[in-house]
Ligand binder design. Structure first.
Ligand code: SF4
Length: 292
């Protein structure tokens, strides 16, 4: 059993997006990345172009602000970088239990309480963060875009991706269906499934991507076997079209989902999906479990 598959320490479960008075910047300690990830919430308004049945963003209350205020975001980022790189972060109560080997900055992630690439300032934010990273000499720190891939074809998003690629950036794209019907059932969006597949393929041709796939029980039922087979087929199609996938992360529901009919898979079921992906596609795949 790898470090990542053990029951996480309390500090690792604390994924709250607010840090003191911050609007945009938060920190998460992750066994998976073996360090601290600084997250940038580019959707403080909590608006998303997906409506995933398992989403854990609390949309019963409005977000604190509507738009991204870039100077403020950068101030918060500079403060957070200071806290992490000086180690002061780990004197704070929430981070005191962080083991010494995880007290390192691993990445800066563009994420959000929605789809980060829908933020009109996305490319400007990526550019400005790349400048901060370079000025601070953080060459080994990755930039990660966590995305549902709906917007990757837009020129203004593409401009941000180009900056990412030039600055140790990675795209972590959501793909968790093999058919249009299941995709619509899970993501509840009007964006065609084909659009997602094409966008991921194009991004994966530019540089290797990580696929994030969350599978769950719906009304007590795990995903149909045919759906999982179709999911593997879509991964293979991306490869055949020249896309490179460096890793498939298989998740299940870990936090309170939007819908009561959604519940986590058991560990053995997550393992079985990982095995299937490895067998059918030959790709690297890793499991991430829900609560037990
Ligand atoms: S893409 Fe993310 S933020 Fe948007 S609905 Fe799905 S889980 Fe929630």
């Amino acid at each position: 059993m790898s470090m990542e598959t053990r029951r996480p320490l309390l500090v690792h479960r604390d994924h709250r997006r607010t840090f003191a008075e911050n609007v945009y910047v938060y920190a998460v300690v992750s066994r998976r990345s073996k360090g601290v990830s600084i997250g940038l919430n580019l959707n403080p308004d909590k608006v998303c172009n997906f409506d995933c049945v398992y989403c854990q963003v609390d949309r019963t209350t409005p977000g604190p602000v509507r738009d991204v205020d870039l100077p403020r975001l950068l101030d918060e980022l500079e403060d957070m970088l200071e806290l992490v790189t000086t180690g002061e972060l780990f004197e704070r109560e929430r981070f005191r239990a962080t083991p010494p080997e995880l007290r390192r900055l691993n990445d800066i992630a563009f994420s959000g309480d929605g789809e980060p690439t829908t933020c009109p300032a996305f490319a400007d934010v990526v550019r400005a963060v790349a400048v901060v990273k370079s000025r601070r000499g953080l060459g080994g720190v990755k930039l990660v875009l966590i995305t549902n891939a709906t917007m990757l074809h837009h020129p203004r998003v593409r401009a941000g991706l180009d900056v990412l690629e030039a600055n140790q950036g990675e795209v972590w794209a959501k793909l968790e269906a093999g058919t249009e019907a299941y995709y619509r059932q899970i993501e509840r969006t009007t964006v065609p499934f084909r659009r997602i597949l094409t966008n991921i393929t194009v991004a994966a041709r530019a540089q290797p991507v990580v696929i994030q796939a969350l599978f769950m029980r719906l009304h007590g039922e795990p995903p149909p076997a045919e759906e999982l087979e179709a999911f593997c087929e879509r991964l293979k199609e991306i490869g055949r079209a020249g896309g490179r996938i460096k890793l498939v992360q298989v998740y299940t529901v870990a936090r309170v989902p939007a819908e009561a009919f959604v519940s986590p898979l058991q560990r053995a079921e997550v393992d079985a999906v990982v095995e299937l992906v490895r067998r059918r596609t030959g790709l690297a795949a890793e499991p991430y479990y829900g609560p037990e």
